[in-house]
Design a protein around this ligand. Sequence first.
Ligand code: FAD
Length: 515
Amino acid sequence: MIKEIEIVCPPGQQDDQEVLKKLSASALKISPQKVNAVHVYKRSIDARGRRVVYRMQVKVYVDEIYHPETYTTQYPDVKQAKPVVIVGAGPAGLFAALQCIEMGLKPIVIERGKPVKERRRDLANINKQGLVNPESNYCFGEGGAGTYSDGKLYTRSTKRGDVNAVLKTFTAHGASEDILVDARPHIGTNKLPQIITAIRETILNAGGKVLFDTKVTGLLADFGKIQGVRLALGDTIKANAVILATGHSARDVFEMLHRQNILIEAKPFALGVRIEHPQEIIDQAQYHCEHRGPDLPPSYYNLVEQVDGRGVFSFCMCPGGIIAPCATEEEEIVVNGWSPSKRNNPFANSGTVVQINLEDVKGDNADPFKMLNFQHSIEQVAYKAGGGKLVAPAQRMVDFVNGRLSADLPENSYLPGTKSVELKEVLPTWISNRLRDALPVFGKKMKGYFTNEAILVGVESRTSSPVKIPRDKETLQHPQVQGLFPCGEGAGYAGGIISAAIDGINCAVAAGKII
Ligand code: FAD
């Protein structure tokens, strides 16, 4: 007999089968000898009470043998199959490619950046010398923006597709099975590159293609029908379906579409700063303790407040993380965050941003580049304020709220360096005022949050795409170009690794219907 129950377990013992058997037996009021195995299928930390505990949903195998599920992948040979061109090897592009193979189609993945390993050298140049390679950086290259990220795998968009199927695919390519169980699964920057490499190998082994250092600079379309793509060196690749999954930072792709009279639209997004605290402060607030101890993971937070008609919210929180320089061009500053699988850095960071609507920004709403130009101008102001070489403008939290230049800055994780600047000089008043008003309120919601030990680093500007590439709701094709599938975060249909992967799968399924 298999029984599904909920048990509560002290931290540090959540992986101990003997403890779980005893707890389950006690909950079921049976002898522990009758329990053959306990399989945990959902696990979360409950810090609401005085005692922090693991709350676990488990299947208890009473006098029953447990056969663990194995996660492997079997894909058909698609060497001779009809091609689908996929532009971009981010989560959207890679999962679109796997889905194409499952459907017996041959994916040709075209990526402007380098394979994950080679990408590392360019990231070192960014961090150590402040030099950005516009083709290979934190946003461009194999695995896309998701590769050197925190690898958080939770999403609010469960309605768009099968989140579990995406998690299982990650597991089949080397991710820990913990991601199938944890309420807030994450992989970590140190583990993601191997997983991305394994996905590429699956694509190649099945007969698909992955082209690196290859930039798409034009679409081939005839009478409103896609014919393929043109590459930077002039050659072309033909296909009746093109999945365009180029991410939110490929500004030249938006320009390419506009140049070719393919409709794009300005889109609201959010902008602000990245805020970093000592991790200990966050742990003390969330776990109500002096020290977290070795049995609990570094804690996270999620904060939101309405200020003057706009949402101000924390975003992409990285416990035990590092603030990353994510510019894709010279002379701009963009920050984001990542963390290793153990999340064992001494700082906790999160984007803290203000929702921006089209009417907030001067200019014509019909101009598709209105929001993108606004985003870019702030990134350039931030660069100048930092003084060059990706040094980021920064301010202590209480100083920012009190309108005081910080006399010095706390130690922080941003490697290119920080410079004390009044951030209200970098951000438009209507953004900085909302942040200023929200931070003390966040401090009331979370004890210890509002402190001058926290640093604000500017600017967190690539929260989502400032441009939308429209598509038909049913067919997922661009309304003007049959066979063109705008996909993932850059087109405005995803926000994060999982939702981008799901959108990639959905676009591949849609492409399969017209090929
Ligand atoms: P992208 O990942 O942006 O991929 C687009 C790809 O297209 C890139 O590889 C790019 O090089 C390529 N490309 C662009 N133009 C061309 C062209 N003309 N020709 C050929 N190739 C081209 N999300 C989470 O869910 N959890 C996290 O923990 C998380 N942390 C993050 C940390 C950082 C530092 C960053 C930058 C992002 C993070 N994100 C996180 C966001 C997440 O990475 C993105 O939402 C996701 O990668 C979007 O997937 P995508 O496939 O749509 O686009």
